[in-house]
Design a protein around this ligand. Structure first.
Ligand SMILES: [Fe+2]
Length: 202
């Protein structure tokens, strides 16, 4: 059975940009909920393979066809939230570093252009979903949106930065002011962590 990592900071660490009540409910109820659902389905179908979550997604065609949708939704929910929590912190590491900084400059010209592009993509997402920075099949950076809990691993893209755009991520604090939440994400994003993921995967 799978598990979720501990939250790498206290519930109030992302204040004032994400309030502690939101972090608590989001982590303890939503994130944990995807995990519980996933484990329940896998138990029901007596799944025995020792796959990582990413391998589970990559080998989804080995699982019963009628359960694949629910498994992908919940496995995606776990993976997407693992990354979302990991790529934020209270450390204000909000400028790209290392090889990621070079790649962002090469692909987008400057950090400001990249940031504007990410914010633009996030504002274009309709309904629930995520905006990701991924490493694409050519090994380049790309910003994509996916609906609901769809994980980029399904397309063999490697997500290194995730912004949750479900209303449960921001509604208690921001209500309908979604663009404010999107902009404030860049105050608490942790590019040291994101760069680690980038350098591990290129
Ligand atoms: Fe979420």
């Amino acid at each position: 059975m799978y598990d979720i990592p501990n939250l790498p900071y206290l519930y109030d660490a992302l204040e004032p940009y994400i309030d502690q009540e939101t972090v608590k409910i989001h982590y303890e109820k939503h994130h944990q909920g995807y995990l519980n659902n996933l484990n329940e389905i896998l138990e029901k179908i007596n799944f025995q393979k020792n796959y990582t979550l990413i391998e589970l997604v990559e080998n989804i065609d080995e699982l019963p066809i009628e359960d694949r949708g629910e498994i992908l939704f919940n496995a995606g929910g776990v993976l997407n939230h693992n990354l979302y929590w990991k790529n934020m912190s209270q450390h204000r590491n909000n400028r790209p570093v290392g090889k990621l900084a070079d790649a962002i400059n090469k692909e987008y010209g400057s950090f400001e252009t990249f940031k504007n592009e990410f914010i633009k993509q996030a504002s274009l997402l309709r309904g629930s979903g995520f905006t990701f920075l991924v490493i694409n099949h050519e090994g380049n950076l790309e910003i994509i949106n996916t609906p609901n809990q769809e994980t980029p691993y399904l397309y063999k893209l490697i997500p290194i930065m995730a912004l949750d755009l479900w209303e449960h991520s921001y509604y208690l604090l921001y209500q309908n002011r979604r663009s404010e939440y999107i902009n404030n994400f860049f105050n608490i994003v942790d590019f040291v962590e994101i760069n680690k993921l980038y350098e591990e995967n290129i």
